[in-house]
Structures are given as structure tokens and as C-alpha cells.
Design a protein around this ligand. Structure first.
Ligand SMILES: Nc1ncnc2c1ncn2[C@@H]1O[C@H](COP(=O)(O)OP(=O)(O)OP(=O)(O)O)[C@@H](O)[C@H]1O
Length: 251
């Protein structure tokens, strides 16, 4: 059987013994792209954190690259929500991306030219080579998101998890991020991203997992992003449009 990048079997996740999402069953192979879709507070971030070993697995089995989440951490990458970072922190764009190399560097070894080159390449890949010396906090939200993507890919993860990567992101940055994500998956990196945006999920994902306190559905976009499963997941916040499309109304 081919190694799964991620396999969750009967998984419940949460904090301090209290479940936030239950009944998650899914498998993601190398190069596949999974979208976690659900309303605010549905537990998408918690599920991502559990795969990173940062939230509790309360039941079931979670395997990341054939290891437990803790042991897989050196092969996983994480792009957090940009809103969680302090924009006033005095650090340059280049220094943020270099943080992604620390795992390889160890705190005792100074950066070598190979590290500096990897940082320059990652910034070039997200279209921000010319901003390397700028202060991170002075960039736009979309540019900051691209820097965080560069920080994650500079460590060459085999599984990359992104928490709402398109929130507050302008169209130029969204296109740049989508392009890099497609390149990564073509190179065999498995991707998990949470999103509120059904159009992005439909466009980007091979697999969609609908969550809201529990897993409501998992399957291809055609199987999941349809009226029945969306109405179940979003309850009354999913509305039919006259032309057959669905819109989601978040409080
Ligand atoms: N560290 C924590 N300890 C306890 N409960 C938490 C913790 N972090 C989040 N929660 C709770 O878990 C639930 C799910 O939150 P989570 O952030 O995973 O949802 P989400 O789907 O990512 O939402 P959003 O789209 O708003 O980011 C919420 O009720 C939240 O209060």
C-alpha cells in the first residue's frame, strides 16, 4: 500500500480532553490537495493543529507520513493565520523566512550561504525577492501571507498545512499563492488548507472535508460542494440561489 501523507481514522480532536471535531476519516496521498471547509468556529484550525501535534487527538488514529504527528513534525510545514502575528515586531522579511531553516540549522550554527540561497529562492518563488530587507510588519496582508508561505517551503515539507491562507489577501497575492501551491503539489507535496471560500476549494482541492463540530462529508468537490452536504454542514447559513448555486452566510 502506498504511503499516505495523512491518514485519519475515527479521529476526535480537541483541547483538555474536550472534543472540538469528531468522526474524522480521511486519507491524503502525496501531491493531493485537501480543503477543510466549514463555518467560523467549526474546528478547522483545531484539526490542522492536531495534525501538527499541537492539539489533542482524543480518539482514533492519526498518521502523518507513517509516523505519529509529533514525530512527523520535521517533515510538515505550517502557514498560520497572519492575524495571529504581531506586525510591530522588528524583524525583516528575510529573517522571517530564515526561521524556516532553523530546524535544519540548529540554534548553535550560523546561517551558511546554502541557507541564505534557499531563503532567496523561496522569496523569489513567492514574488517578493525585492522585499527581502524590508520590515515584515510594513508589508500588506497578502504580502505577509506570501512571506509566511516562503518560510514554510524553505524547509521543504512533504505535507504543508495552511490555515485560511486567503483571508484578507489581495488578488495579486492570492494568484501568487495559488500558483506556488499548484507547483508544490505537482512536486509531490501534500497540501491541507482551511478555507471559507467555496470557489477556491472547488478550484484547488482534489478532496474536500466538510466540518462543523464533526466531519459531515469527505470526497471530491463534486461530491461535497453541493446543496445537500453544504446545507447539513452550515445548517441555516447555506442558501440556495435561484440559478442553482449556493451561497454561505456567515454571522
Ligand atoms: N487552545 C484552545 N483551547 C480550548 N478551546 C479552543 C482552543 N482553540 C480553539 N478552541 C475552541 O475550539 C473551537 C473551534 O475553533 P477553531 O479555531 O478550531 O475553529 P475554526 O473552524 O478554525 O474557526 P475560524 O474559521 O473562526 O478560525 C472554538 O469553540 C474555539 O473556542
Amino acid at each position: 500500500m502506498a504511503t499516505a501523507a495523512l491518514r485519519l481514522t475515527g479521529v476526535n480532536v480537541g483541547y483538555q480532553g474536550r472534543p472540538v471535531v469528531t468522526g474524522v476519516d480521511l486519507e491524503l496521498r502525496s501531491g493531493q490537495r485537501l480543503a477543510l471547509v466549514g463555518p467560523n468556529g467549526a474546528g478547522k484550525s483545531t484539526l490542522i493543529k492536531a495534525v501538527l501535534g499541537l492539539a489533542e487527538i482524543l480518539a482514533g488514529t492519526a498518521t502523518v507520513l507513517d509516523r505519529t504527528p509529533d514525530r512527523a513534525r520535521s517533515h510538515t510545514g505550517y502557514v498560520p493565520q497572519t492575524g495571529n502575528l504581531d506586525p510591530d515586531f522588528p524583524i525583516s522579511v528575510r529573517q522571517v523566512v530564515m526561521m524556516g531553516r532553523y530546524r535544519r540549522l540548529g540554534w548553535w550554527r550560523p546561517a551558511r550561504s546554502a541557507d541564505r540561497q534557499a531563503v532567496a529562492e523561496a522569496l523569489d518563488r513567492v514574488g517578493l525577492a525585492d522585499r527581502a530587507r524590508d520590515r515584515f510588519g510594513l508589508l500588506s496582508g497578502g504580502q505577509r501571507q506570501r512571506v509566511l508561505l516562503a518560510r514554510a517551503i524553505v524547509a521543504r515539507p512533504r505535507l504543508l498545512l495552511l490555515d485560511e491562507p486567503f483571508n484578507g489577501v489581495d488578488a495579486v497575492s492570492q494568484d501568487a499563492i495559488l500558483r506556488v501551491l499548484r507547483e508544490l503539489s505537482a512536486d509531490g507535496t501534500a497540501l491541507v488548507l482551511s478555507t471559507h471560500d467555496l470557489a477556491v476549494a472547488r478550484d484547488l482541492a482534489d478532496l474536500v472535508c466538510l466540518v462543523n463540530g464533526r466531519q459531515w462529508a469527505v470526497g471530491t468537490p463534486d461530491e461535497t460542494l453541493t446543496a445537500g452536504p453544504l446545507r447539513e454542514t452550515y445548517a441555516h447559513a447555506a442558501l440556495d440561489l435561484a440559478d442553482g448555486r449556493m451561497v454561505l452566510v456567515e454571522p
